[in-house]
Ligand binder design. Structure first.
Ligand code: C2E
Ligand code: CA
Ligand code: CA
Ligand code: CA
Length: 281
């Protein structure tokens, strides 16, 4: 409308100032969050689509701030990355998730397949010299076999300094942990990345899975990623499975694993225990 230009500019800068203030507040609060026990972990089951059985869990970080309430990881993880706080909180989460997994594996009924734990690792952690030691120590303390630990890495960032990242990725791989490319298809240079990145699992981003049954282009992309990954000897996880239609379609395409609200949202360990003690089929 006439004359609104100036006004919306004022509103815009005010919104920006609020945003900057919130970010500064969160940054400050995040520094104390780990020490004050405000961080926790939720777990989301990952299903073997071929058998329908539980394959493992993805560990997802949660921050419950005493005044602000639950802060989304989409908001606080980037702050943790920028400030370097992700190194300490990531190490904490790794320890927490691995300890939980070791307990769950000891509670599995006889004959049930062993379960794995997927943990998100940010580029900032990957560039930290201590990561390989942290992972090695955690495996030693928990007694878990290395292949029980899956590390999920997003393609954004790793590619910026590929040589440095690749050296660490190779060391992790030599340890025997399973490397996964997370959110595949959402970054840049996907094909080059797929070729160079020593990963054995590719996770297809939710944005493509949500198009199944709706958008033929998304279906074509998912089909192609599965074929390509399989041709390269990699297995595929589809994230964001919300309907039985998604699940059935992905099964028909030969997708190996899936996770999503159809099975369960992320929940605290206690609430996911039934996946461990009850035989799923
Ligand atoms: P992500 O690794 O792609 O994790 C999957 C996200 O999708 C999770 O959101 C999960 O709650 C959500 N999700 C799972 N199934 C469904 C579904 O069926 N429908 C819908 N609509 N959503 C689903 P969350 O927990 O909010 O995490 C968001 C992002 O934050 C993660 O994306 C990951 O990039 C990052 N993140 C979370 N925890 C950590 C962590 O411990 N370390 C690092 N570096 N990043 C983390
Ligand atoms: Ca992930
Ligand atoms: Ca993901
Ligand atoms: Ca995603």
């Amino acid at each position: 409308a006439k004359g609104s230009g100036r006004n919306s500019y004022a509103v815009f800068t005010e919104a920006m100032r609020d945003q900057a203030r919130r970010r500064a507040d969160l940054e400050q609060a995040l520094r104390a969050a780990l020490k004050q026990g405000e961080l926790s972990v939720q777990y989301q089951p990952i299903i073997d689509l071929t058998t329908g059985a539980l394959s493992g869990f993805e560990a997802l970080m949660r921050w419950n701030h005493p005044e602000l309430g639950m802060v989304s990881p989409l908001e606080f993880i980037p702050i943790a990355e920028d400030t370097g706080l992700i190194v300490a909180s990531g190490a904490w989460l790794l320890e927490e998730a691995a300890t939980q997994l070791a307990q769950w594996r000891s509670e599995r009924p006889a004959g049930a397949p062993p379960v794995h734990m997927s943990v998100n690792v940010s580029v900032r952690q990957l560039r930290n010299a201590a990561l390989v030691d942290v992972v090695r120590d955690v495996l030693q303390r928990t007694g878990l076999p290395a292949d029980a630990l899956w590390l999920e890495l997003t393609e954004s960032g790793v590619f910026e300094d590929l040589d440095l990242s690749l050296a660490t990725l190779r060391e992790l791989r030599e340890l025997g942990v399973v490397l996964c490319i997370d959110d595949f298809g959402t970054g840049y240079s996907s094909l080059t990345y797929l070729r160079q990145f020593p990963a054995s699992i590719v996770k297809i981003d939710r944005s493509f899975v949500s198009g199944i049954g709706v958008n033929p282009d998304d279906e074509a992309i998912v089909r192609t990623v599965i074929a390509m990954a399989h041709a390269l000897g990699q297995q595929v996880v589809a994230e964001g499975i919300e309907t039985s239609e998604h699940r059935d379609w992905l099964r028909r395409q030969g997708c190996d694993f899936g996770q999503g609200y159809l099975y369960s949202p992320p929940r605290p360990a206690q609430a996911q225990r039934s996946w461990i003690v009850e035989q799923q089929s």
